[in-house]
Structure formats: structure tokens, C-alpha cells
Write a protein that binds this ligand. Structure first.
Ligand code: AMP
Ligand code: MG
Length: 426
């Protein structure tokens, strides 16, 4: 990258940054996992069922299995009486044949006996003698339709049919479907290993009471949580002080061991900010400034084939940088087709100032007005980048587009919903 005294000279747009990132991250290798463990992950390969679903015609009701023709004449004045010759309970199959004038007591899900074409629900059948099982007689006061209360075999899928396609995200219901299809395990992309490093001599671990001039490392836990939430497997490499060798050692180790490296801090061209220079020297820097606020100091590059994200040190910038750039990259590595959070339109409840060309991602909360049903968005009172409370309590980023010019109370604005999954239908 060409040298220039103005660090903002190679500032690029958010979309340009995303294009570069997506061009440099690839899906992780495929692994087999127990199907229910794949919940929330897209399948890497199609899954076909090894049996018909359902495997046999079965009853949709607790009741009596009949030949519909036997009940053709049934009415209130002339009930038809059938003899009960067997029963079907959970795991107990009636193997005999049901003749004319005969019926079998049947439970929901039990296989429908050979030749049977209807099930009459228990509630409308009168037991004349005995307990309703073998030897009893039961009366019917209405005809039954052919097929009534019978679920045909193969209704959901035929043996060999693909029941879940590559790319489909496994849901809890889908985990049941996979089990039914005989897929004890499924192929998914391995959760990307994300190495997290905090840079700054002033940082101490959260377990320590900071001395004057020190601050607790809040980015590492926030980014670890964000990585988990994105479906990745985070590893904490700890804090590196602003010392070139220490940073180099940690970053290189993380790059060797992980699929992605994420640092925060040390990326703002301050006196002690070595990380961009390090990636430049040891690998390749693809950009180091994005036209946005907060968190414009985002470095992206490649270190020994591993994507590297150097996020801004201020906590709001680090969090938003992860949301906007690292999370979609992780999703791409997992094979998701929906990479981005949903964006919706809402009416802003107050004026929004903007005197810079950079795109703003203001911390905000969107609610539906109880009276009008309209979405209304209200910005957090302060946009102080050191504070995380408003990102914690908020649910969206109010996106003020590139170029100067704010918004007025009542204007429609875009809000990025970081509380909703990618692909949510709004
Ligand atoms: P830097 O990018 O190193 O210039 O950091 C920008 C600001 O964020 C400074 O005030 C840092 O003290 C602060 N900061 C950097 N890293 C962290 C962190 N891990 N936790 C909390 N604050 C941080
Ligand atoms: Mg620093």
C-alpha cells in the first residue's frame, strides 16, 4: 500500500470493504457432527432419507380401524355394530386380517391393518360390551369416508428423496426430520476458530481492579461472545502490551492456530500502534481505514493465508466492527447464504446531526408505537465510543448514509437490527 501522510487517504466505503473481505475468506473444511448439534448451521451436503416417511400407513387418531363400506348404512336410528378382533397400541402391531363386520381398536401412529380404509375416532364410537378391545362390540352411528384419519405411507418423503438440501440451515424441527431420515450425523463446515487478542499496555484482565491509568479489557469478552454468537469457536490469546515483539509473537501464533485472527486496539495510527505495520510486513494489508463512525480504524489483511481483522480499540468501535465485518465473514466460512443482518425502515423520533461524510452507525433502539403500529427509532443519548451500555440495551444501529446531512424528527431512516438473525423476514 502506498505511503501517505494522511492516514485517511485510503479510506474505503463499507461495501468496498465487505467485497474485499468476502473475496478473501473461504468455507472451512467439512466435518461430520451429530445431527442435532448442527442446529443453526447450514448443511454442507444434501441429506436423503433411507426409508419412506412415514414408513407405513398409520392412524391419525385413537379410534377404530374399519372398512368404510361396512358403515355405509350407519345412522342414528340404525347404528352398525362391529366386532372388535384386535388392538394396535404403541409398539403392538395387529398382524391378523380384519373381515367384514369386524374392527380393530387402533392408537394414533399405529400401522393401519391390511385392507382397512378408514379410522373412526374413539369419541364417536359406542362400546356396547367389554373394555372396547378384543371380544367387545362397538356401534357406529355415521358412515366413514375412505381415507378418513389415515396418514398414507411416504406422505412426507419417499425413500431416496432429499429431505434437506446443502445450504439449508438445520432447525430444531429439522434435527427431528434428519433423525427420521436416518441421518444420525450430517456434514457441516467446521466452526471457524477465531483467535482474539487485545492490544494495549493500559489493559488489565477483568479479574483485576485496575490501577490509575489502567482499564479493564472489555473488548476480548465482548468479541469472544460475539464470535460464539456468530457460530465460531473463539480462543482467547490474551492481552499484548504495546510492544512490537509481544504483539508479533501473539498475532503470529494466533494466525497459525486459527482460521481468523481478530485484534482490537493499536490500530489508530497512534504512537504505539504497531499492528497494521506488522501485518504489512509479515503479510498483506488490504485496507486499513473504512469511511464510517465509530470504528473507522479497521485493518483487514492476510497473514500466512489467515484473514486478519484489526479492529478499533474503543469498545463500541470494536463491537460494531465485528458485527459489520467479522460476523459476515464467519457466516461465509460456515457456508451460510444469508450473510447480513436485516435492515428496516423506521421513523426517527428526533433530529440527528451529521457534519461528516463518513457513514454513521449510531447506537439506537427501535420500538413499535403502540397506537400507530409504526416503527420508531430513538438514538442513545450519548454516542461515546467507550460505553457499551447502549449497545447492550439497544437493538439496532441507526445508519446515516455516506455524505453530509443529518435527519429531522419524523424522517424515515434505515436501522440495522443486530438483535435479529440474518435472513429474518421483517
Ligand atoms: P487504540 O486503538 O489502541 O488507540 O484504543 C482506542 C481506545 O480504546 C483507547 O482509549 C483504549 O484504551 C481503548 N481500548 C483499547 N483496547 C481496549 C480493550 N480491549 N478494552 C477496553 N478499552 C480498550
Ligand atoms: Mg492503544
Amino acid at each position: 500500500m502506498a505511503q501517505n501522510n494522511n492516514p485517511d487517504a485510503h479510506m474505503i466505503l463499507v461495501e468496498e470493504a465487505l467485497d474485499i473481505i468476502m473475496g478473501h475468506v473461504a468455507e472451512t473444511p467439512v466435518e461430520e457432527v451429530v445431527s442435532w448439534r448442527a442446529v443453526g448451521r447450514p448443511l454442507a451436503r444434501d441429506v436423503a432419507t433411507d426409508i419412506d416417511l412415514a414408513p407405513f400407513a398409520n392412524s391419525a387418531m385413537d379410534g377404530y380401524a374399519v372398512h368404510a363400506r361396512d358403515l355405509a348404512e350407519a345412522d342414528d336410528g340404525h347404528p352398525v355394530v362391529l366386532e372388535v378382533v384386535g388392538h394396535e397400541a404403541a409398539g403392538h402391531v395387529f398382524e391378523g386380517s380384519v373381515g367384514e363386520g369386524q374392527t380393530v381398536r387402533i392408537m394414533t401412529g399405529a400401522p393401519v391393518p391390511e385392507g382397512i380404509d378408514a379410522v373412526v375416532k374413539y369419541e364417536i364410537v359406542e362400546v356396547l360390551d367389554g373394555d372396547g378391545n378384543e371380544g367387545s362390540h362397538v356401534a357406529f352411528r355415521k358412515p366413514a369416508c375412505v381415507g378418513e384419519n389415515i396418514r398414507e405411507a411416504g406422505l412426507e418423503a419417499r425413500r431416496g428423496d432429499v429431505v434437506m438440501r446443502a445450504g439449508e440451515v438445520v432447525t430444531p424441527a429439522g434435527a427431528g426430520l434428519l433423525a427420521n431420515a436416518g441421518a444420525h450425523t450430517v456434514a457441516v463446515h467446521r466452526a471457524p476458530r477465531v483467535g482474539i487478542i487485545s492490544l494495549g499496555t493500559e489493559l488489565v484482565d477483568g479479574s483485576v481492579v485496575p490501577a490509575r491509568g489502567q482499564i479493564r479489557d472489555v473488548n476480548a469478552p465482548a468479541l469472544m461472545a460475539s464470535a460464539c454468537d456468530a457460530g465460531a469457536e473463539p480462543t482467547l490469546y490474551g492481552i499484548a502490551p504495546d510492544d512490537e515483539d509481544r504483539i508479533c509473537e501473539l498475532v503470529r501464533r494466533a494466525a497459525r492456530e486459527c482460521d481468523v485472527v481478530v485484534t482490537s486496539g493499536g490500530a489508530s495510527a497512534g504512537d504505539y500502534d504497531y499492528v497494521t505495520a506488522l501485518v504489512q510486513r509479515e503479510g498483506e494489508v488490504l485496507f486499513d481505514r473504512i469511511s464510517m463512525r465509530p470504528g473507522k480504524a479497521v485493518t483487514f489483511g492476510m497473514l500466512d493465508g489467515t484473514p486478519f481483522f484489526g479492529l478499533s480499540g474503543n469498545p463500541a468501535g470494536a463491537f460494531i466492527g465485528f458485527e459489520l465485518f467479522v460476523r459476515p465473514a464467519i457466516r461465509k466460512m460456515l457456508g451460510h447464504s444469508e450473510l447480513f443482518r436485516p435492515v428496516q425502515t423506521a421513523r426517527v423520533t428526533h433530529d440527528v446531526k451529521k457534519r461528516q461524510a463518513r457513514r454513521f452507525y449510531n447506537r439506537a433502539r427501535v420500538e413499535r408505537d403502540a397506537q400507530t403500529g409504526e416503527l420508531e427509532v430513538t438514538q442513545a443519548p450519548t454516542q461515546n465510543s467507550a460505553m457499551l451500555v447502549d449497545l447492550h440495551r439497544g437493538n439496532c444501529l441507526l445508519v446515516m448514509p455516506d455524505g453530509e446531512g443529518g435527519a429531522q424528527a419524523g424522517d424515515e431512516v434505515s436501522v440495522l437490527r443486530y438483535d435479529l438473525p440474518e435472513g429474518t423476514v421483517l
